[in-house]
Design a protein around this ligand. Structure first.
Ligand SMILES: Cc1cc2nc3c(=O)[nH]c(=O)nc-3n(C[C@H](O)[C@H](O)[C@H](O)COP(=O)(O)OP(=O)(O)OC[C@H]3O[C@@H](n4cnc5c(N)ncnc54)[C@H](O)[C@@H]3O)c2cc1C
Length: 461
């Protein structure tokens, strides 16, 4: 019988990791990034390119198909229904090109994007106004009236009041190749990538440290950046924040293109403003002869139990959509892949320093964030290195979720943990040392239980 203990085992695992190429036996980094999806990878890339020693961690073996960045393609376009996205998009295009140049790989292809939407007596919803505005100012190649839509795209079936735009800035990002290219660049710049390291605990320190499942020891760094995608809510609870980020099941569906199909070489988005629904297709770039379809039907799920819900709902909705609108596709679905999506409750990104710990940085993209990940990653790298981001990220701050009247922060002071309310510091501050608590204000005693319950949410030491 083996006499080796679990702790000895995990020490051995950690030592193995520390002996891995690139780690030089060191466990101390400048920055640790938790989550190696597209956002964490761009953040690690920007930090490594500034000469920082980075550790990029992921819970699953890389590459994997369980995060939001899975799959082969993502769409990019300048025409956005949200005005605030335009500057982010404008800054992202050159960074995609830069990555291509550095790696010598084809990672981004221009394909015209056709956008179709209903026009019943003007523009029915403000988002469509924004869209039209972004066309007028930046992206429009052509605006098509309903007759022109029918004439140029006879194999698409929409009602008489549907008009369209063709966006010349539309393109396809080759997602899986991009992630691979970024990983190559990060390691080439002395960064370390470790998969199968599920971060279970983050200690703000300083220095900040993370503990992975099954490891007895910790990795430490000047700062930790959390980019955990659909798992962000779960991760943030470990650093004392309760932020509602909804993760949902989505699907990529592939249908054979018929001979001469009008959307075989262009991207396509349909905003059904009546049903408040969005569907999109990508041209044939991934699998020979197949057009990819996505529909805006998201089923809320726990990312750790992703396929608990019946995915056939989406499959059926996809087939119905093709039957109704896309005569250019064969209705027999060829491939069906489920995937994870996540949304932030107020539909704004998170690019923020933790409200209580200035060495914990958090990043999350609201909705379709692949296309703007280069610039969000850059801003996260700025925050981690205490630089002011060139981009105005004030509206992406975590402060918007924090009711400071009920929040406490922890400080280490002479071996004690000092717990202070964010408001009215002197009145209610108290210290704890392991399981004893010395209250500085007797009034606090009455409500200690309540407070302690909250503190347990906040604690990360
Ligand atoms: C079907 C679909 C279509 C989309 N289409 C587009 C599009 O056309 N254009 C566009 O721009 N965007 C699109 N998006 C959105 C875009 O893909 C996402 O916004 C983006 O990929 C989010 O990346 P991320 O890095 O934040 O998250 P993820 O890719 O999910 O990365 C998070 C990573 O964190 C890891 N992680 C989580 N918890 C831990 C832990 N405790 N320890 C270690 N690692 C952890 C996870 O394993 C994961 O790898 C689409 C998304 C989907 C699902």
């Amino acid at each position: 019988m083996s006499t080796r203990t679990a702790a000895a085992d995990s020490d051995r695992v950690l030592n193995d990791i520390c002996d891995a190429p690139g780690l030089d036996g060191r466990k101390r980094f400048d920055h640790i990034i938790v989550g190696a999806g597209i956002l964490g990878s761009w953040t690690a890339y920007h930090l490594a390119s500034r000469g920082k020693y980075v550790l990029l961690l992921d819970q699953f073996p890389l590459p994997h198909s369980r995060g939001s960045s899975m799959g082969q393609s993502r769409g990019i376009e300048l025409a956005s229904t949200d005005e605030n996205w335009i500057p982010l998009l404008m800054e992202s295009y050159p960074l995609w090109r830069q990555l291509e140049e550095e790696t010598g790989e084809n990672l981004f292809e221009y394909h015209d994007l056709l956008i179709i939407t209903e026009v019943a007596g003007g523009w029915p919803v403000p988002q469509i106004d924004n869209l039209l505005q972004s066309f007028r100012t930046r992206a429009a190649r052509r605006v098509l009236d309903p007759d022109q839509v029918r004439k140029y795209y006879p194999d698409l079936h929409f009602n008489n009041t549907t008009a369209g735009f063709v966006d010349g800035s539309g393109g396809i990002l080759l997602a899986a190749k991009i992630l691979n290219a970024l990983r190559g660049r990060i390691t080439a710049m002395n960064g370390v990538i470790k998969d199968q390291c599920q971060v279970m605990r983050i200690d703000a320190g300083p220095p900040a440290s993370v503990l992975c499942r099954g490891h007895a020891n910790t990795f430490t760094a000047d700062s930790v950046i959390v980019t955990a995608g659909p798992w962000t809510s779960k991760m943030l609870k470990r650093v004392g924040l309760d932020v509602k980020i909804q993760s949902s099941l989505g699907a990529h569906m592939y249908f054979p293109a018929r001979e001469g199909a009008s959307i075989a070489d262009i991207s396509f988005i349909h905003y059904d403003t009546e049903k408040r629904f969005r569907a999109w297709t990508h041209p044939v770039v991934e699998y020979p002869g197949l057009v990819k379809l996505g529909i805006g039907l998201w089923i809320p799920v726990d990312p750790d139990h992703r396929d608990q819900d019946d995915p056939y709902r989406m499959r059926e909705a996809g087939i119905e959509y093709v039957k109704e609108h896309l005569g250019c596709l064969n209705q027999t679905m060829a491939i069906y892949e489920t995937c994870m999506y996540y949304h932030i409750e107020d539909k704004r990104h998170i690019v923020s320093i933790h409200p209580f710990y200035d060495n914990v940085v958090v990043g999350a993209a609201a909705g379709s964030g692949f296309k703007i990940s280069p610039v969000l990653g850059k801003a996260l790298a700025d925050l981690a290195t205490k630089r002011r981001p060139a981009l105005d990220v004030s509206s992406f701050s975590l402060d918007r979720f924090t009711d400071r009247s009920n929040q406490y922060y922890l400080e280490k002071y002479n071996g004690f943990i000092v717990i202070r309310p964010l408001r009215d510091e002197a009145k209610n501050a108290f210290v704890v040392n392991n399981d004893s608590a010395l209250l500085w204000n007797p009034k606090f005693l009455e409500t200690f239980d309540n407070h302690f319950r909250r503190l347990r949410l906040l604690k990360s030491y």
